[in-house]
Design a protein around this ligand. Structure first.
Ligand code: GLU
Length: 279
């Protein structure tokens, strides 16, 4: 019997907002292949977009592919209290601030100031609301203005000191928030952002190796910072290439022809689909 403490625990964490496609199959097979224990997590935090039938379809597709995962499956929508506790902890360290800017206002502010440094997801938030006084914040909240909670990234990184994380391909990575900036950690319509939820979930599920597409590489800086701030475990990371479709384009949920359903309905066996994904 192997020592359970040294077992590699991986996970596949789809959002039930559409059908799984070949890229998801690659990600799921990759995670299962790298782990001694393989977990699944349903990332249903975006309650406006998730659909119960997609969740069932995910389980059916994964089982059809021949994957086996441990139960119970973690569902983010069942853990809002944990995310709230984390927000409270960050709030008590004065590392969050309310941001009242609409997307339009952010764009206008960036234009006014002659452009903002670019992050991976476009121009970085210019920090407008970081500079509001306590009175201004209170007045706008009293007026019922909608706001998001942003992480004061520079203050956060200063409070933790220099941090690193390890990627299986690229080695030791120094944490920088230059590419992500003051990320949103909560909004009215979604009480925890992707960043906050996955960081807490990976710790709660005891994941020791996070495998995911390299499109999420920059997000890992945020997750490592949150781990330090919230005293959570730091897993190892393995960001894998994204499977591409015809013409080298990344597969997206809207590419209906590449859903596992469509491939199955077209007569492909599970073994053939696994082979298409490179497994
Ligand atoms: N839910 C994310 C996705 O489907 C994956 C998050 C992760 O692996 O960290 O892209």
């Amino acid at each position: 019997m192997p020592d359970t403490a040294s077992l590699i625990v991986t996970r596949f964490a789809p959002g039930p907002t559409g059908e799984l496609h070949l890229g998801h199959a690659y990600s799921a097979l990759f995670a299962a292949d790298k782990g001694d224990r393989f977990l699944v997590r349903i990332e249903d935090i975006d309650t406006l977009r998730v659909k119960a039938e997609f969740e069932q379809a995910i389980f059916d597709d994964l089982a059809w592919l021949g994957l086996e995962w441990e139960t119970p499956v973690r569902r983010q929508s069942e853990h809002f209290d944990e995310y709230q506790n984390a927000l409270d902890a960050l709030q008590s360290k004065s590392l969050l601030y309310p941001c009242f800017c609409s997307r339009k206002e952010i764009r206008a502010e960036i234009e006014r100031s002659g452009g903002a440094p670019h992050g991976v997801e476009g121009p970085l938030y210019p920090g407008t609301c970081r500079h509001l006084s306590a009175d201004e914040r209170a007045a706008r909240m009293d007026a019922g203005d909608a706001f998001a909670l942003r992480l004061d990234a520079a203050a956060a990184l200063q409070s933790t000191g220099a941090l690193t994380w390890t990627d299986a391909v690229l080695g030791t990575i120094d944490v920088t928030m230059d590419e992500m900036g003051d990320v949103v950690l909560a909004r009215k319509e979604s009480p925890a952002s992707y960043h906050l939820a996955v960081t807490i979930d990976d710790h709660a599920q005891g994941v020791t190796l996070v495998t995911r597409g390299d499109d999420l590489f920059p997000s890992t800086h945020v997750h490592r910072l949150l781990q330090a701030l919230l005293e959570l475990d730091t897993p190892a990371y393995h960001h894998h290439r994204m499977l591409t479709g015809e013409g080298g384009k990344r597969l997206a949920k809207r590419d209906q022809s590449q859903t596992l359903r469509a491939l199955r309905d077209a007569g492909n066996s599970a073994a053939e689909v696994r082979a298409m994904a490179g497994f």
